[in-house]
Write a protein that binds this ligand. Structure first.
Ligand code: NDP
Length: 603
């Protein structure tokens, strides 16, 4: 029999598993979709306060620059770095955080690590001469690397931190962007780089009573070490020894912060709506001698290309990175390659993909039984959906944490937490009294770009980006938008859309943008803008995308699939290059190297 099998060799009853997936999805579908979450405004605004860096006063900045980069996370840093390499010297970073780092500035919760191997996840390693110490580097090492990039390229010199952009307007007469901020800054920039990241607006569950809780509470992206003790480097959270703590949410963040909490708290209650799939992590130190052998000139680019090829199913002789992501892809590829030539039809290939998914998920569920001692808890921690319906997680400590005597899983079977009271958290009709609530409830994703930014962009002829994108994003390569001259969007959608290694999308974008800006400056052009025709043609190409598994109707809701709601045209445009990430990167390199920048109009 060639059907999918469990790790013990028995046959998987595909139809029974599929029915279970559908039943679990149905429990979780809800009509309010993204609207179920709360924005952190009004009485909840304090959840956004920066616990890491004191905010200091400064005079407003009014002098102009060649490039303003909004966002000092990976997107802004790598683009600014490439601009500096291209000889564009006055580049100003603006960020709402107190330093560079973006996601890694904010997410300092205990246990934070990258989930993609450091050698491909950390950008500009070769350029900065840095070699990560572990296969999956810890948050502080990644944050330090962000600072290293900023120092190496002189990006601190003119940076504005703790500064929120409030308005971005194109001034057609001067061919400049006018930037205004909450610090009273008002300056112009010839070019604008938007590197604001997809996951920077924390959200809370929309449940009654959140503001009535009398104990301590914070979102994981604003960790309160004053309350918990410990530090992001791994010192124990020693102030929790006599505390009862609740964690709400069981996504990738909770999978990382639950183990240190379980070790430290007197009691830990983990409130689960949907279990994550948690595969093996197998972290290890990177041997400097091995690294010295590997790190011959051009090594990181070779590794990046190898990872993307392996991960997206393109043939690669060798899997250099060998992490959880490439493992998923290698299995799928092996199943497809095992098909006889006459069966290489899209339908049979999809079925082979599905079989490999059933096997992988059975393995992941079997692992829960192996690790978690209490059978009822183990049963409740099993994920019943296809692996890529939600963000896959990797940990060798999370499931184990439920064996700690003080750690309790509160399984709500898809219903979630009902209410917060003055004293604690209500789920399954029962109140759990706690001293502290940690919201591991994630970030806004499916909402409008301008809502997440917190301001609109006003382009040529007073047209706003929110109007231009009212029916969905429109761009060339995910970077250039008609009507918004000299503005560049650094993000994966409508480009490679490589989710397994976000920084690779950003470094390729940054390299390309730097070349386009250099070209405009060298040729004395005041403006560069994508033509309407080129943007339309790119959008038409995107609409030929076969659709992604994550929008498959049997997926459980989450931010990957717009909380299970059909996003219509918007959803169909939230895709990448139809031929895949590796093909996009080759296409982009050719487009860039041709030097004609087809589709862009220079004036
Ligand atoms: P997620 O959005 O993935 O998780 C939010 C969690 O909150 C989910 O488990 C959700 O349940 C739960 N939740 C929401 N409402 C309720 C409720 N009313 N009651 C109980 N639970 C509720 O956020 P994360 O911060 O975990 O992760 C966001 C993303 O950030 C990841 O997907 C990943 O891309 C990235 N990340 C990357 C890391 C890395 O690379 N190392 C580490 C951490 C995060 P449900 O599933 O039912 O919606």
């Amino acid at each position: 029999m060639s059907g999918p099998r469990r790790p013990d060799g028995t046959q998987i009853d595909k139809e029974a598993v599929r029915q279970r997936y559908l039943a679990e999805r149905d429990k979780r579908l809800r009509p309010d979709g993204n609207d179920q979450y709360l924005r952190l405004t009004g009485v909840l605004e304090h959840y956004l306060d920066d616990p890491y860096t004191p905010r200091t006063g400064r005079e407003p900045v009014t002098y102009s620059v060649t490039v303003c980069v909004v966002g000092a996370g990976f997107a802004g840093l790598v683009t600014a770095a490439r601009l500096k390499e291209a000889g564009v010297d006055d580049v100003r970073l603006v960020d709402k955080g107190g330093d560079v780092g973006g996601t890694w500035y904010w997410n300092r919760y205990p246990g934070a690590r990258c989930d993609t191997a450091s050698m491909v996840y950390l950008p500009l390693l070769e350029e900065t001469g840095y070699r990560p110490t572990e296969k999956y580097a810890a948050g502080p090492e990644i944050l330090e690397h962000c600072g290293r990039i900023a120092k190496h390229y002189g990006l601190y010199d003119d940076a504005l931190f703790h500064t929120e952009v409030q308005d971005l307007t194109w001034d057609a007469e001067r061919s400049r962007w006018v930037v205004r901020t909450d610090r009273g800054d008002a300056f112009t920039a010839q070019f604008l780089v938007m590197g604001i990241g997809p996951l920077h607006v924390p959200k809370l569950p929309g449940i009654p009573g959140i503001s009535t809780f009398q104990g301590a509470s914070f979102h994981t992206s604003r960790w309160d070490y004053d309350y918990t003790g410990g530090d992001p480097l791994g010192a124990p959270l020693d102030r929790l020894a006599d505390k009862r703590v609740a964690v709400i949410g069981t996504g990738a963040t909770a999978v990382q912060c639950v183990p240190p909490l379980a070790r430290a708290a007197r009691e830990l209650h983990v409130f689960q709506r949907t279990p994550s799939s948690v595969d093996v992590r197998a972290n290890r130190p990177l041997d400097p001698e091995w690294f010295a052998e590997v790190a011959t000139p051009g090594w990181q680019q070779r590794w990046l290309e190898n990872f993307t090829a392996t991960q997206t199913g393109v043939a690669a002789d060798e899997d250099l990175v060998q992490d959880g992501w490439t493992d998923i892809a290698r299995r799928i590829r092996a199943r497809i390659l095992a098909l006889p030539p006459e069966d290489l039809t899209p339908e049979k290939m999809r079925a082979a993909f599905e079989d490999s998914d059933y096997e992988k998920m059975e393995e992941i569920r079997a692992r829960v039984d192996e690790v978690v001692r209490d059978p009822a808890t183990a049963e409740a921690l099993k994920a019943w959906y296809r692996q890529l319906c939600k963000r896959p997680c990797f940990s060798d400590e999370y499931l184990q944490a439920f064996n700690e005597p003080g750690t309790h899983l509160v399984h709500t079977d898809g219903r979630g937490v009902e209410r917060i009271t003055e004293r604690g958290v209500v789920a399954n009709g029962r109140e759990h009294e706690v001293d502290c609530i940690v919201y591991a409830s994630g970030f806004e994703v499916g909402t409008d770009y301008t809502r997440r930014a917190g301001y609109d962009l006003t382009g040529r002829d007073g047209v706003r980006l929110s109007e231009r994108w009212a029916d969905g994003m429109r761009s060339l390569h995910g970077t250039y938008v008609h009507g918004f001259p000299n503005a560049f969007f650094v993000q994966p959608t409508q480009g490679a859309n490589l989710i397994s290694n976000i920084p690779h999308n950003l470094t390729e974008s940054g390299r390309t943008i730097a070349q386009v800006v250099r070209h405009a400056l060298d040729q004395g052009h005041a403006e560069v803008e994508v033509s309407r025709a080129a943007e339309d043609a790119w959008v038409d190409l995107l609409l030929t995308h076969p659709g992604m598994l994550i929008t498959s109707p049997d997926c459980t809701p989450g931010y990957y699939n717009n909380e299970g709601q059909d996003a219509g045209l918007r959803g169909r445009l939230a895709v990448g290059y139809p031929a895949g990430a590796a093909a996009f990167f080759s296409y982009l390199a050719q487009w860039r190297d041709a030097g004609t920048y087809e589709g862009l109009v220079f004036r």
